[in-house]
Ligand binder design. Structure first.
Ligand SMILES: NC(=O)c1ccc[n+]([C@@H]2O[C@H](COP(=O)([O-])OP(=O)(O)OC[C@H]3O[C@@H](n4cnc5c(N)ncnc54)[C@H](OP(=O)(O)O)[C@@H]3O)[C@@H](O)[C@H]2O)c1
Length: 297
């Protein structure tokens, strides 16, 4: 069984992933912002849900946008558990609106959580994993890490960036025994993600867009309706997919896992094409061996 750190465990996929991995017998550090303040009820509820099943999750404070918070959390976990086997980079924020209505400062806030957060986390845990010659980093991306939808451009840009970092890290750390897997959920409007949207900070820019400016509201009304309809997919599917990645034997894990029950299959098609293209890119550089994880020493 593994020692696992999950980011963004106060709600949504993160909470479900932490509980599912605890259910499977792993030692789980469910990290979240302000577990003794704003998120105290979420922390207690996660502990109680695990306890009710005869399991445990240990809650540790972690804000992925702060270097000091990341290193304090990783130090705390290493001092309690000795080593960390799995990092699940789940924390994320979404944003919606015409790209032009986001200033670079607002887009930067999104990237700080969705891109630099996972980079900070990876940099904090990879030295230990490399030294031990084993480890797994899971990146919760999105089908929007492959596909582009209008009005979700800034969010998609952050997930495209995340995917490039994660895929490159897969090649770079696999020969050292450290695996990286990208999980791409489709739309699961029953998590808290729609409530936590980062708003555009220059809404006046929408004025010149005429009727196009009204379209984002319609898109989000549709998602709200789906959430209330009872037809929305169960977010537990994402937790199950992450648990399956953790369970899979070293060397057998795919680079990407799509979890998109209602989707068009577009991300899976792009993944297959990209895998082909990437193989020839690596072969062109004589780097075919990268990406094959070496079993633990
Ligand atoms: N739901 C979907 O349709 C969907 C689809 C594709 C991908 N995703 C991805 O799935 C992941 C989880 O999203 P979700 O749907 O479960 O949404 P959610 O319920 O809003 O959960 C997001 C979590 O991230 C945490 N978080 C935000 N900023 C943070 C920070 N600076 N440091 C640490 N934690 C932070 C939030 O914690 P606080 O309580 O502190 O705010 C919350 O626990 C995200 O990466 C998201 O992009 C979601």
């Amino acid at each position: 069984m593994s020692t696992v750190l999950v980011t963004g465990s106060s709600t949504g996929f993160g909470r479900l992933i932490a509980l599912e991995l605890a259910r499977e017998g792993h030692r789980v550090f469910a990290t979240m912002r302000e577990p003794e303040g704003r998120n105290a009820p979420a922390a207690e509820s996660a502990r109680a849900a695990a306890r009710a099943e005869g399991r445990a999750v240990e809650v540790v404070a972690l804000d992925v946008t702060r270097d000091d918070s990341v290193s304090a959390a990783v130090d705390t976990i290493l001092s309690r558990a000795g080593a960390l086997d799995v990092l699940v980079n789940n924390a994320g924020v979404a944003c919606a609106g015409l790209v032009e209505t986001f200033t670079p400062a607002a887009a930067q806030r999104v990237f700080d959580v969705n891109v630099y957060g996972p980079l900070r986390m990876a940099r904090a845990v990879l030295p230990g994993m490399r030294r031990r010659g084993s480890g797994l980093v899971v990146y919760v991306s999105s089908t929007l890490g492959r596909e582009v939808t209008p009005f979700l451009g800034v969010y998609a840009a952050s997930k495209f960036a995340l995917e490039a970092l994660a895929e490159s890290l897969r090649y770079e750390t696999a020969p050292l025994g450290v695996d990286s897997v990208i999980v791409q959920p489709g739309t699961f409007p029953t998590t808290a993600i729609l409530g936590n949207l980062v708003a555009p900070d220059d809404a006046a820019r929408a004025e010149g867009y005429g009727p196009v400016a009204q379209l984002p509201a319609g898109l989000f009304a549709g998602l709200g309706e789906l959430a209330r309809s009872g037809r929305a997919p169960d977010p537990q599917r994402v937790a199950d997919a992450v648990a399956a990645v953790v369970r899979a034997p070293v060397g057998s894990r795919p680079a990407r896992v799509v979890v998109d029950p209602n989707g068009s299959g577009g991300a899976a098609r792009l993944n297959a094409l990209s895998a082909e293209v990437q193989s020839s890119i690596l072969a062109g550089f004589g780097l075919e061996a990268l990406g094959a994880v070496r079993p633990a020493r």
